[in-house]
Design a protein around this ligand. Sequence first.
Ligand code: ZN
Length: 767
Amino acid sequence: MKKIAYYFLSIALISNSAFAQEENASPQKGHQNTNKFRQLYDEFATPNMYRNASGAPGASYYQQKADYKMDIVLDDENAKLSGFETITYTNNSPDKLKYLWVQLDQNMRSKDSKTPLIETGSVSQAMRPSTFVNDFTTKPFDGGFNIEEVKDNSGKNLPHMINRTMMRIELPKVLEPGDKYSFSIKWWYNINDHVTKRGRSGYEFFPKDGNRAYVIAQFYPRMAVYSDVEGWQNSQFWGRDEFALTFGDYQVNITVPADHILDGTGELTNRKEVFSKTMMQRYELAKKSYDKPVVIVTQAEAEAAEKTKSTDTKTWKLHAKNVRDFGFATSRRYVWDMMAVKIGDKDVMAVSLYGKEGNPLWEQWSTKAVASTLKTYSRMTFDYPYHKAISVHAKQQGMEYPMICWNWGRPKEDGTYSDRVKYGMMGVIIHEVGHNFFPMIVNSDERQWTWMDEGLNTFLQYVAEQDFGEWYPDALSPKDKHFPSDRGPAEMIVPYMGGNQDEIAPIMTKGMNTYQFGNNAYGKPATALNILRETVMGRELFDYAFKEYANRWKFKHPTPEDFFRTMEDASAFDLDWYWRGWFYTTDWVDIGVKDVKKYYATSKPNQYIKDYLKSQGRTIKDLVPLVYMVEEGSADFKESLKKDTPLEDVKILKEYVMDNFTSEERKNMKTPKYFYNITFEKPGGLVMPLIVEYKYADGTSETITYPAQVWSKNDNEISKALALEKEIISITVDPNNETADIDTSNNSWPKVETVSDFDKFKNKSNK
Ligand SMILES: [Zn+2]
């Protein structure tokens, strides 16, 4: 009997329809487990000795090593680059290797490259002349590698086979686990004009003075990665998906015209040979300047240098330890400035190289943006381990290498610039310098997973942009209180996630197979992480786990699972549902409030109970005494109830409960007067925390966040029963727009009537 009483109580508060549903429930049919909170066992690789179940490197984790010694010569006259390199490859894997794979990225630009053949498109109705010339009248540029020799260290030719951007080198005998092998490659290629022919590397030509500024990368045959996950990562370079690279030490000698200024990955080991006395003195000052850059080569000196061309050469010697790649920039047109920045107990140099075209923007903000980025990223991950970070100005570029990156952002010829150019320049510098952390140090496989570096990096870019705006308020335009980040905040991703599903792929898709590359691999993962930090986990838990991931995998090769697992392992936050929804599907967020019913408690049986008893052939006397809930506005309510009946006046409660407590005890009891049955709906596929702001009649309000698991048993609709001392006057779901809800028209009760732009237009024209 008692059981029945409780049963009635609970169903009365849920809803009449729930009771009906239970009665009419159709016979169970077998179905797949599609619960959104099920663990990702089917999607994740099984943990093993190389990568363990907590997301850390396992007991047998290994990675290969590739050390390079290179002599590089720039032929400025003919825009040709040639090199001789010796690679020492260490096999730390437990496997015997019969051959080695080397990446020849420049072959993407060879005459017979297949990249243009997979490009699709139609003739445009109108084209810029430069696009027309580029697309229809320009002969294919031959920028592929010319491999002149591949030899072992006794000078014997090594058999090799080139399959487009990959070269397989046959080893004279199997490379045993733990063994090293040295070989050399001699090569040259024609450098492309990156402004007219695009590309992540190349030169810009300045017709007024006949000089070039070179930003050089992917310029040497590079070892492919061999790992426990992919074996040889020899997926071809089509031009889109970036790089998978092995860590190693580099000794690089670069010979360029004597009047060039050069900087690149690694420590300059012959500074006194290549610097003038004045430059040396300025450099010493820069090392002690923590608040503003010191100019090493002034604009006047750069402008003087561009008027002549030296026929002498100079060799710049760079030495880098534990980097995954090497890049450099060289030109006689460069202005050069530097400042010191304290990272932990070490000084790091923040450096900028730019032509006069970059000023006045670059001399003001580039080096400060570099320094600021290093501080934010070090705080969020680990102390920046290298001794410098360089930002090079290059037209239309945004590209990253260890310690050096290329960035766009050029004022007009009269030196003026728009906010778009200014913030764009600051944003791209922060982003590309940030790439030092992901993927240069936390060395994920870019060829396979674009989001692992771009997504994580764009998320931290947002954090760093906000810091930069705070630390350098005079970098902001007067109208802006904060740095106007265009990726990170939840509402920025709404148009993409709510857009055409035919043009959206899950984040967990190889880059070149996605649509809307920027939204897929940069914007959405950055937003997903920002929401995870701000809304789902909270900063303390998120930041600890994110830092743990960065530290576990710095100078190593993580996979997506290593990231997903570490974030859970370090926080005790089950996030499989979050990864599944945001990273493995194209679902979107749409949560709303569907229905609100208000009830009052009474001792008088309501019509629902009376009808039920009648149908069962029973009477009220068959039940234990019950408290009845009467819906406001119902027939029962109209008949019998005063809206403001105090709980103590509910006769049955008084007799059965209240009288059993002392007056002291009763003081500590809640005395709710208003009872609500609130139905929330979720038309969107993503499960998310349900954030609800309740506003009360007394002018107060509170926001309650129901964890995402509130949706664990019903993915479409749930109800909450509330017993309150105050009357609710309004309910708003996601009041601060922090979940990327794509349709907010169902987010309020009472419904807020919003006039669409179309209706406004219609009303106007009807007048
Ligand atoms: Zn990037």
